[in-house]
Each structure stands twice: as C-alpha cells, then as structure tokens.
Design a protein. Sequence first.
Length: 208
Amino acid sequence: MEATHDLARQDSLNESSLNQALATRFARDLIYTYVGDILLAVNPYADLPLYDNIHSLRYTKVSSKAEHPPHLFAIADAAFTQMMRTRQPQVAVISGESGAGKTFSTRLFIRQVSPSTPGRTNPVLEAFGNAQTVMNSNSSRFGKFIELQFTTQGRVVGARLAHYLLEKARVVSQGEGERNFHIFEMLIEGCDDEERRRTGLHLSDEWQ
Ligand SMILES: Nc1ncnc2c1ncn2[C@@H]1O[C@H](COP(=O)(O)OP(=O)(O)OP(=O)(O)O)[C@@H](O)[C@H]1O
C-alpha cells in the first residue's frame, strides 16, 4: 500500500506507469499521490469528503508521511512543522494547467496552516484578476506569490500578496466563450443607469 501511495518507492517509474498508477488510484477516489516530496493531485471535479475538521486534525503534527494516505493537508502540515522546528521560511509551489485546482489547493493549504485566517477577502481580490475561460469558469488570469507571516508561536499575524503577469489584454478582447474580468460584470450589475452612462460601462451587444 505504501508503495502505491508514494510512486518514488516503485522499482521503475516512467510516464506510462505513473499515468497508470494515477488512473487506478483516481478510480478509487484517491486523488492524491506522492512522488517523494512532491504531491500530485488529480482534480475530481466532485465534492469528496476530504477536507473536514476530522481530516484537518488527522494530518496535524503527523510524525511520518506514511501514517495516512497522501493529502494536501499533510504537505501543509509538514511545511508548518518544518518552519517551527528550523525557524526558517518554507515555500510551497503549486502548479498545474488551468483548471487543475491550484486556487482550490492554495485556499486549503492556507486554511491548514492558519485555521483562524478568514478567507473573506478572496472574492473581492479574485474579481479583479479572475475571469471565465473555456477551461475554468473562475480562472485566475495572473500568477501570485502569497507570503504568510507567523509569530514564533506559529500564529499568523500578516500576509502579503504579490501578483505578476496579469493577462491585461483580456480587458479589451476575449476569446470565444470567454469573458472579461468578473469585476466588470459586478460593476455593471451594481450600477444604476446613470452610473453606467457616466462611466461608459455597458454590456456589449452579444451579451444583451
Ligand atoms: N480537490 C478538489 N476537489 C473538488 N473540486 C476541486 C478540487 N480541486 C479543484 N476543484 C474545482 O475545480 C475547479 C477548478 O479549480 P481551480 O480554480 O482551483 O483551478 P486553477 O488551477 O486555479 O485554474 P486557473 O489556472 O484557471 O486559475 C474549481 O471549480 C474547483 O472548485
């Protein structure tokens, strides 16, 4: 079982055996798989019961990764534990194609390392940089670097967000089946006729 949870422990690993293992696990709702220190996640596009408090606690202060099945919470907890032990900053790189689940995973990662941090600013921030694309109805059209600042006791006291490579061209033109940044729809929805006239915000003919 352990060998299947961590593909780095298999005798031979190539693209085909990796895909085969991921497919076999995915068919059993095992969406997470380790390859050494890397966690591979396959987006289930379904509400799996994996992120409740029981799971959060199960993956808190675990002494060995092999104790429980692979999970995003385990990676978050390992980073937190390492930070507390070494007093050194830790970095997690979350990458994948559009729709892979990076935003979803980032939210859960932050929740696991700082359960008391409210996520209320997300919808506002996302409105300026997220848009509907053919791949994802809430696609982040920019890269971000999120820094969380902790006290020596491990409590979050601050955060910093740097963004880069915002897809600015989307403001003036969008591909077929795609939309402008959410903020424009929100503004059009929220403005009265006079405000729309004054600001020049209006729906293009195809949306009317
Ligand atoms: N583990 C998961 N379980 C259930 N749903 C998920 C999971 N991961 C992602 N999703 C869902 O899949 C969709 C796409 O995920 P998300 O927006 O996080 O992708 P992304 O990699 O950030 O995409 P983009 O690069 O376009 O911003 C969302 O509706 C999200 O809720």
